[in-house]
Design a protein around this ligand. Structure first.
Ligand code: ADP
Ligand code: ASP
Ligand code: MG
Length: 785
């Protein structure tokens, strides 16, 4: 025998069920357990409530429900078969209408009446399916689970149920298909009862044990038990194999795909449960069994229970005095309240317990009555009740042996700024639970899922690029072009999640489309980023403006690293520079700005390493302006203004070329270079001569030519003996063939660094301007974090 159970969404697509059952019948005798069509039970409950509130609109609701079933009948059965089933369904609707009318007259919906009302959904669906199978010539028999499944005080009497089901099936040895309504039962007094919402799964496992079935299949609308509810976590994956215990734990903590009591009955019998997708029958789904194959990964999935209240007992009277916790538990048990989770040891002076929100008023009454005396003496406070919480629970086999799981879980939540109200672990070795505000629960689940289950071998690095000018554009193009090589070589999946120009920004953690920037949000990119604070994220400052630098400290606090080609934040007064680098170090945040000097040339890296290793800097002679070198190199025979414009168009100059010509750009680079080398240089320490105007340039050029020299705009930093402030000049110089600066061409930059160890200087030379060169340096900085 085999038991196949179909849930509400599946029943709403009966053709699927028919196909699957037909195939299964080729293998074995089958018991088909079905739910009501989706939404039907909810509707029935609503109608019961409306009727009890004397709201006549329940009649229209009933008509709507009839209509859905009429359509189902008409869709499945031919005209000649319709009258018979319609008569049967009409009869059921008449009796339901009678019950609702009684509820309406009484103005009261007792639990027994509610069960009676709810029971009709499964009757309708299974009766219609029985008519369909019969019409298809598949002999089948409808079994009335109200007579077979027996409850006593709300709990299934399993022995009686097994005996009833076995007798009913045994008496029909030639029937190969039985159809059984799920969810419904009757109590020992014969009144209709139900097994609780989602209870059809339980009917299936009870029936399976009764007939010693080979297997149970739970057919639903998802491809098995997954690492999380796929409606909350789009990246959830199917768990192929899972133990009975772990599946119980997941369902107990809210994985609705399987009703919690379902698994217990089959454990002793060892009957496997397959959870499968009605809409993709070939997918293997999940196999729940006693001893699943050993897995590398101990962690299984995340579940959540909502509408949780936290009740806490507080007061000095609890300290050191035994018995309070047992008295509280007793009081709650007597009030019929289920304790879901205890979040703190009872020895301290507060004890915090999670219960269902619906139980909170009864819990308060029970506790305040039980401790009335202590409360009157002021030794205890009245029970504190807080609502609006969810329990989010990470489940795995031997999860506590999984080193660091709790820490990683809390860190993942912390990184996204999700406050954790309480945690609990050790209530079983299979779960770690956190309690968060319900409006943060989905976010919390996604964060934990991301931490434990979404890890591909690649590490996603989220990039937020401020500035979409020549460098920003080149950078984004380069990241696109090189993405796969970078992923292969570094294991990093670079993703542009944010982009801004001075007016608008786009943010999307899945990635942004730069061409949509004009339709982006108008407002502060940095404000939006600080609110977001995602993990593994870098803000890339490709602007040439002041604002970003002012926001860096806030970004560091929010957990962002920063890569900048913007010189302004690093070339203001020294105190600001020092504060910025210290803030990054304090927050253990990466801060890189190699491209502020010499584009991608590793000038700052070299100076930093020399300083770190204790080498003593003697002097640096450097050509640091690609633009000005271009002008020096190409001046002869060219119109100066046209040459400047050419350099601007090629993307060498600053957005405003006057910044280059005034020497200001080189001044900024000189300050940064000195500071990285460990010299607290201020602008006032630098003797600056701007690039000369054309007439003066022509004279100098001719003189240099005559002397066999070339003009270079040089930053020269000469350190005195011991700690004396170095002499720093920036200006035009004529250099002879023996200088490494003599042979520079085009936009070359060059730094000639002389130190105690490098008496023959370290020369770093290469292209020092241009969007692609700068973008390449920015990209290298990004990858170095
Ligand atoms: P049925 O009507 O077939 O019984 P249910 O709605 O009771 O279906 O259960 C299936 C639903 O359970 C899925 O649609 C899914 O949204 C939800 N669900 C919650 N947690 C999980 C999980 N861990 N794996 C799969 N589905 C889950
Ligand atoms: N129809 C019932 C419900 O919606 C039982 C089930 O679907 O399993 O809760
Ligand atoms: Mg269900």
């Amino acid at each position: 025998m085999q038991v196949l159970k179909f849930g509400g969404t599946s029943v709403a697509s009966p053709e699927r069920i028919i196909d699957i059952v037909r195939t299964s019948l080729g293998r074995d005798r089958t018991i088909l357990v079905c739910s009501a069509i989706s939404g039907c039970t909810d509707t029935l409950i609503r109608l019961g409530r409306l009727a009890s509130a004397r709201d006549e609109s329940y009649l229209a609701g009933l008509e709507g429900l009839y209509d859905r079933h009429r359509q189902m009948m008409e869709g499945l059965l031919s005209a000649d078969r319709l009258p018979e089933i319609r008569a049967e369904i009409d009869g059921l609707f008449d009796s339901l209408r009678g019950i609702l009318h009684g509820v309406f007259l009484l103005g009261e919906l007792s639990p027994a009446s509610l069960d009676a009302v709810q029971s009709y959904g499964e009757l309708f669906s299974t009766k219609i399916l029985t008519a369909k199978f019969t019409a298809l010539g598949i002999p089948c028999r409808w079994l009335d689970s109200r007579e077979l499944v027996k409850t006593r005080d709300g709990v299934v009497d399993t022995a009686l149920t097994y005996a009833n089901v076995a007798a009913a099936v045994d008496s029909q040895p030639h029937t190969s298909l039985f159809i059984v309504p799920g969810f419904i039962a009757s109590d020992v007094q014969g009144r209709v009862s139900t097994l609780g919402r989602g209870g059809s799964d339980y009917t299936a496992s009870l029936v399976a044990v009764a007939v010693s079935a080979r297997l149970v299949e739970i057919w639903t609308d998802v491809p098995g038990i997954m690492t999380s509810n796929p409606k909350t976590v789009p990246t959830a994956r199917t768990i192929r194999n899972i133990s009975y215990r772990a599946a119980q734990e997941l369902s107990h903590f809210g994985a609705k795909v399987i009703f919690p009591p379902t698994i217990q009955p089959v454990i002793n019998e060892g009957i496997p449960i397959y959870v499968k997708d009605t809409f993709d029958p070939d997918d293997p789904g999940t196999l729940v069994e006693k001893n699943p194959p050993r897995r590398e990964e101990a962690l299984l999935g995340i579940a959540n229970s909502d509408k949780i209240a936290l009740i806490s007992l507080e007061g000095s009277g609890m300290v050191g005095i035994p018995g309070f916790s047992s008295r509280l538990f007793d009081a709650l048990t007597r009030a019929g309240i289920n304790i879901i989770l205890i979040t703190q040891a009872s020895s301290v002076h507060t004890m915090c317990i999670a219960i269902a929100e619906a139980d909170a008023p009864a819990a308060k009454r029970a506790a305040d009555t039980c401790f009335a005396y202590e409360i009157s003496l002021g030794k205890l406070q009245p029970l504190k009740v807080e609502t609006g919480f969810s329990i989010v629970c990470l489940v795995g086999d031997d999860i506590l042996g999984h080193s660091g799981a709790t820490g990683r879980m809390l860190a993942a939540l912390g990184a996204r700024g999700i406050p954790v109200r309480a945690t609990a672990q050790g209530s079983s070795e299979r779960n770690i639970s956190v309690i968060v505000a319900s409006d943060k629960a989905d976010e919390a689940i996604r964060a934990i899922h991301g931490e434990f289950f979404d890890r591909s071998p690649l590490q996603t690095v989220n990039l937020f690029v401020a500035g979409y000018g020549t460098v920003g554009k080149a950078l984004i193009r380069m990241i696109r072009e090189n993405h796969d090589v970078i992923a292969r070589r570094t294991g990093k999946d670079l993703r542009i999640c944010g982009l801004a120009n001075s007016r608008r920004y786009l943010i999307d953690m899945e990635g942004v489309a730069p061409d949509q920037l004009p339709e982006g949000v108008a407002g502060s990119f940095f404000d939006a980023l600080a609110d977001l604070s995602p993990a593994d994220s870098i803000v890339v400052d490709c602007t040439a403006s002041e604002e970003p630098g002012l926001r860096y400290p806030q970004l560091f606090k929010a957990g962002f690293s920063v890569v900048a080609c913007n010189k302004i934040p690093f070339s203001g007064n020294y105190e600001n520079y020092a504060a910025l680098t210290a803030a990054a170090a304090r927050a253990h945040i990466g801060l890189r700005y190699e491209t502020t000097v010499g584009a991608a040339l590793p000038i700052l890296a070299a100076l930093d390493r020399l300083a770190e290793s204790g080498d003593t800097l003697h002097c640096v002679e450097a050509v640091l302006s690609g633009t000005l070198n271009y002008l020096c190199d190409r001046y002869e025979g060219h119109d100066f203004a046209a040459l400047v414009e050419e350099a601007r168009q090629k993307g060498y100059t600053e957005p405003d070329p006057a910044i280059d010509l005034s020497g200001r750009d080189v001044l900024r680079k000189t300050l940064i270079m000195a500071r990285v080398a460990g010299i607290p240089l201020e602008e006032s320490d630098v003797h600056l001569e701007p690039f000369p105007a054309e007439a003066e340039l022509a004279t100098s050029y001719a003189a240099a030519l005559a002397a066999g020299q070339r003009l270079r705009y040089v930053a020269s930093l000469r350190c005195g003996v011991s700690d004396a402030t170095p002499s720093v000049t920036v200006g035009l110089q004529a250099v002879g063939p023996d200088s490494p600066l003599y042979s520079l061409t085009g936009t070359d930059n060059c730094a000639v660094i002389t130190t105690a160890d490098y008496s023959s200087p370290l020369v770093i030379r290469g292209a020092g301007a241009g969007p692609r060169q700068t973008a390449a340096g920015v990209l290298q900085d990004i990858l170095s974090i």
